[in-house]
Design a protein around this ligand. Sequence first.
Ligand SMILES: Nc1nc2c(ncn2[C@@H]2O[C@H](COP(=O)(O)OP(=O)(O)OP(=O)(O)O)[C@@H](O)[C@H]2O)c(=O)[nH]1
Ligand SMILES: [Mg+2]
Length: 475
Amino acid sequence: MALFGITDSITRSIDQTQAGISGLLFEPVLRLGVTGLSRAGKTVFITSLIANLLNRGRMLQLSAAREGRIEAVHLQPQPDLTLPRFDYENHLAALTGDDPRWPASTRSISELRLSFRTRPAGWFSGWRGPQVMHLDIVDYPGEWLLDLALMEKDFAAWAEDTLAIVAKRATRLAEARDFLALARAEDGALALDEARAQVLAAAFTRYLNAARAAGWSDCTPGRFLLPGDLAGSPVLTFAPLPQPAEAGRGSLWREMMRRFEGYKAKVVTPFFRDHFARVDRQIVLMDVLGAIHQGPQAVEDLRKVMAEVLTAFRVGRSSWLATLLGGKRVEKILFAATRADHLHHEQHPALTAITEALVGDAKRRAEFSGAGVAALSLASLRATVEEKVSRDGQELPAVRGRLLSTGRQAVMYPGLLPADPARILSPAREGAEAWLDAEFGMMEFAPARLSLRPGEGPPHIRLDRAVEFLIGDRL
Ligand SMILES: Nc1nc2c(ncn2[C@@H]2O[C@H](COP(=O)(O)OP(=O)(O)OP(=O)(O)O)[C@@H](O)[C@H]2O)c(=O)[nH]1
Ligand SMILES: [Mg+2]
């Protein structure tokens, strides 16, 4: 693909050399991709994963830990010298301190390497000494993930799709109305006026922020929401416009198109090339419960967005990411519903079934390509305990925790998730305004105050199963 041209082949040959060298030293590197939209639970997952791998008292479902074959695990400096280190210590301190809190939303990318020394299983163990394996994990703002969906669109298609979405939201969002009025009044055939371009981009950014605040997931381009050091640069100074019949050189339309392509080539491509293209194992985190709580439209929004994102990971087809992968593919994918501690365990199978159905196409595609695929419900950090409550003479399976808003203890019974996922997915697809016969309540819990015994990581639900599936075969 011309876009990546020479630099990409150089990067790849360096990668291959490095792989060759580490191969020689028998120190394989496994890259774990943690994929998820904003607030899906990536940072909490990575923090709890590391804490529970360093102290494995709660990792009984991880066979290497249960069998006592893990001799040592330690944190290494991140291998990529240009990336900040994942701030594990501070995130863990926030989650497990005297006044436990959730980490702040991630604003930029960071990386960490975890190194394992294990004894191989079976009769090998006698004559093959301990083996070393490095696990590389990257954390990034969920907003950036959505940009994957931009890569297969040109400016005209993106502008048309985006304007249609903005128009749909105009009844609810003043910022959508404002931007639409500006964009429609613009004649893209006229010569570029930089001040106008900035006004348009600023109005578009205000709309994106408002749409995200209202709970919509598909707010791209991601860097408009979290620009980092790109703030104010031309790659972030564009906006969707109605296409003029003709647009010559130097016109507003042509310049916006150039910047859109620049955003794809200079911002999106490097991010995915450097951090996703070489992923060996992948976990896809989704806040399915949160979406169900918000209603059918949020569920449909989540389904659509995840389908677009996961299509880009499609293996064996000529997607741009597949071109980057150069034949390499993800070996295992785990789809996980997060925040399972908001539900009594009796309801976890229903949550898992809904999650599987939600990513149905992507899951089948991955299975077909030969990847190992599974789905489960997990809580990276368990903030509740289970409790039965009686209501109207009925025993209901509930959970108890400390409310984020008041700090008080509260018992929550969120409602009964249907065993048949279609009861959730069909109304969502049909555009229903609300659930027909049920309500799914949701409280925000703060992390519980913990007193951990030596050797124990923070409490979780099925984190050990997730790890066993993702990397158990390499330990
Ligand atoms: N109860 C509970 N809440 C969780 C858990 N994991 C995440 N959460 C909630 O979900 C929120 C988002 O989690 P993060 O890990 O920050 O999400 P993220 O994917 O890193 O989000 P961005 O950094 O914005 O991309 C947290 O602030 C918690 O409120 C969990 O295991 N249990
Ligand atoms: Mg984060």
